[in-house]
Design a protein around this ligand. Structure first.
Ligand code: PMV
Length: 330
């Protein structure tokens, strides 16, 4: 199965039709996985080996505006500055748009504005592709459901499938070869006391894209064999903790899950480590604070920065220990 087959299946009679509007804009929040997606059962369709669960970061995310152009070539603007369509991200965006067009027509001006620190490990591809798909849905007048948009966005970036809702979101791995059962949906109620803090240790770009890192881990890491079982356990614990609004249970399961994901990468060959010395130092600081009674946990994605999990009542104390902590309203 190829991406185009899935798109044809979802769009039906609208497949390769002309846009219905001159321009369209859509916003999508970014999301942080509490139970991670790591490894694909189908690399073309971005079908995951396991389910995953995330939390969306309120109004932090991407807004994409698409405008029809009379010129032959696409124009891509990221946060107000032109971005060559030959860059890694630029190429991914244009190749994705081409799935919906005939011979790259109509050409588009694509304005993506993100209000998150770029390259700080805040899942810019997740909100980028989700907002792109939501804007396409408006431009072409497809009228697709959020579930279908979640499937389409997954074809651009796996974690983008979770970026269509606020609050907690579960992405079901699914078992079908065409991935029609691999979509996301909201999980449970809000938890207004919960906070996420971004602890940035470096703004450097990642040494290896997550797509390649996942593949290498899956192919060479002995520890990866136990990953699906780990996820099953952590997902259950995380869902229970959310339902009971139990920060210690949530933090413990999310931290374990992140560390287990990074352990599978360390045991890959060649090994992959996204941590810098400052990342490890911050982990030790968090463990020390926790043993002193402060209720704080962390999660880490494919980058050196940490996302701290804690409750509103501890904001002041935490800001004292991590003065540059960016607290994100959920
Ligand atoms: O969707 P991708 O290809 O950007 O991969 C996301 C991988 C992690 O952020 C590490 C985990 C996750 O579930 O978001």
């Amino acid at each position: 199965m190829h991406k185009k087959d899935i798109i044809q299946l979802l769009l039906g009679k609208y497949y390769l039709h002309a846009p219905q509007h001159e321009q369209a804009t859509a916003f999508a929040p970014t999301n942080i996985a509490l139970c991670k997606y790591w490894g694909k059962r189908d690399t073309e369709l971005n079908l995951p080996v396991t389910s995953s669960l995330s939390i969306s970061l309120g109004n932090k995310g991407a807004s994409t505006t698409l405008r029809l152009l009379s010129e032959a070539e696409d124009v891509l603007i990221l946060n107000g500055s032109p971005l060559e369509t030959t860059t890694r991200f630029g190429k991914r965006v244009v190749e994705f748009l081409d799935l919906f067009r005939i011979q790259q027509q109509p050409s588009l001006r694509i304005d993506i504005n993100m209000n998150i620190p770029l390259a700080a490990g805040l899942a810019s591809s997740a909100c980028g592709f989700a907002s792109l798909v939501a804007a396409l849905n408006k431009l072409y007048g497809w009228g697709l459901s959020l579930q279908d948009l979640s499937i389409l966005a997954r074809l651009g970036s796996g974690s983008a499938s979770r970026s269509f809702w606020s609050g907690f979101v579960e992405w079901h791995a699914g078992i079908q070869a065409d991935g029609m059962d691999s979509y996301s949906e909201p999980f449970s109620a809000a938890w207004p006391e919960l906070c996420i803090g971004l602890h940035v240790v470096s703004h450097e770009a990642k040494p290896i894209p997550s797509r390649e890192a996942m593949q290498r881990t899956r192919e060479t890491s002995v520890l990866y064999r136990s990953w699906p079982e780990q996820v099953q356990r952590d997902l259950l614990a995380i869902k229970q903790a959310i339902n009971q609004q139990d920060i210690s249970a949530l933090g413990a399961a999310a931290e374990t899950n992140a560390l287990a994901m990074h352990a599978t990468m360390l045991s890959a060959w060649p090994p992959i480590s996204y941590s810098l010395p400052a990342t490890t130092a911050a982990m030790h600081a968090i463990w020390q604070l926790r043993s002193a009674g402060l209720v704080v946990y962390f999660t880490q994605d494919a980058g050196p920065n940490l996302k701290l999990l804690f409750l509103k009542k501890d904001i002041e104390l935490l800001s004292k220990h991590f003065p540059s902590l960016e607290i994100i309203a959920l």
